[in-house]
Ligand binder design. Structure first.
Ligand code: PBG
Length: 331
């Protein structure tokens, strides 16, 4: 209950640093961060991603080094995205099923470098492997077919679990994929491999730099509006989350992040489950551009946006700013 002035003066508890610290409702720590990394072929390779200043694709040795860095910083989990060589991309994306693909080798490189000191989250969707840049299989008209795609995604998820993935994160938005993947993981003996579903993933204009990073941007024909959600919808997000939880998701994700904090809050209040958000590539680029333009102080912008996710109800955030934020929080 709040009384009235002057008995109640809300500035009283804000007057000193110790008191502000004592009354702080939400605290961001490195343990709240998931660091997305882009993987590329080669040795000793670092390829800066033009549209993501400060973010690079790394070859396997670099990925292992980033994993050690993350452990040292207290970041508990990495999210991996491969830049598949163009000659291995195909209409049906079968490179996703190759047990020796870039993704599987990256999982093993991290495991070799860090053992079980860090979690490895892997993206399930076909876009880094298809020649058309869509997340699933196309019919003759170019429509992304649901059930046949799910069958491939199940095999992709099993392939990643066999390689040692800890968290399977389906980002494809096909109907029924969480149930199919959960059943297949159980039957294959992977009962402790988690599923974090991209449950409410919107057809967003904020994914552009990511598509550059995985090399699918130039290939993409059309858009993803027949499977990713309409940014105008919120009730539908709650239905998506309800279905994914019923199908066996251990945690759910909302994506993008900042423009969709209302969805995070509604999901958290309705379902009381672990909710994550993905502060996506376009959001990172927007913050970096604002800082470069002198429109705000970089470190402060980063930490303010990240604590906003916690306040909205997130258990954690996928963010390209993870190493910077962890360093700032440590210092
Ligand atoms: C692909 C996928 C995308 C992202 C994560 N997984 C892009 C897309 O759906 O086109 C975007 C992440 C980002 O923008 O940082 N299934």
């Amino acid at each position: 209950m709040t009384g009235s002035y002057p008995a109640t003066r809300l500035r009283r508890t804000r007057a000193t640093a110790w008191s502000r610290a004592l009354h702080r409702e939400n605290v961001l720590t490195p343990a709240d961060l998931i660091w997305p990394l882009f993987v590329t072929e080669g040795r000793g390779v670092e390829e800066p991603v033009g549209s993501l200043p400060g973010v690079s694709r790394w070859s396997l040795d670099g990925i292992a080094a980033r994993a050690k860095e993350a452990v040292a910083l207290g970041i508990p989990c990495l999210a991996l995205f491969p830049n598949t060589p163009v000659n291995l991309r195909s209409d049906d994306g079968t490179e996703a099923l190759n047990p020796d693909n870039l993704m599987c080798r990256a999982i093993k490189a991290i495991r070799d470098a860090c053992g079980n000191d860090i979690g490895v989250l892997t993206d399930v969707a076909l876009d880094p492997y298809t020649s058309h840049g869509q997340d699933g299989l196309l019919d003759a008209s170019g429509y992304v077919v649901n059930d046949d795609t799910v069958a491939v995604l199940v095999d992709q998820a099993l392939n990643q679990a066999e390689a040692g993935a800890d968290v399977i994160a389906p980002s494809d938005m096909m109907d029924g994929r969480v149930k199919a993947i959960r059943m297949a993981l159980e039957m294959a003996g992977h009962c402790n491999v988690q599923i974090m579903s991209y449950a409410a993933k919107y057809a967003s204009a904020f994914y552009g730099p990511f598509r550059d990073a995985v090399g699918s941007g130039g290939l993409l024909k059309g858009d993803k509006t027949s499977y990713q959600m309409d940014p105008a919808n919120a009730e539908e997000a709650l239905r998506e989350v309800a279905l994914d939880l019923a199908e066996g998701a251990d945690s759910v994700m909302v994506k993008p992040g900042l423009p969709y904090l209302d969805i995070v809050r509604r999901v958290k209040e309705r379902f009381e489950v672990p909710v994550f958000a993905y502060q996506v590539s376009g959001e990172y680029a927007m913050l970096e551009a604002a800082a470069a333009a002198g429109a705000g102080e970089r470190e402060a912008l980063v930490l303010e946006t990240l604590v906003a996710f916690k306040r909205a109800g997130c258990a954690g955030v996928l963010t390209y700013h993870a190493p910077l934020a962890a360093r700032l929080l440590d210092g």
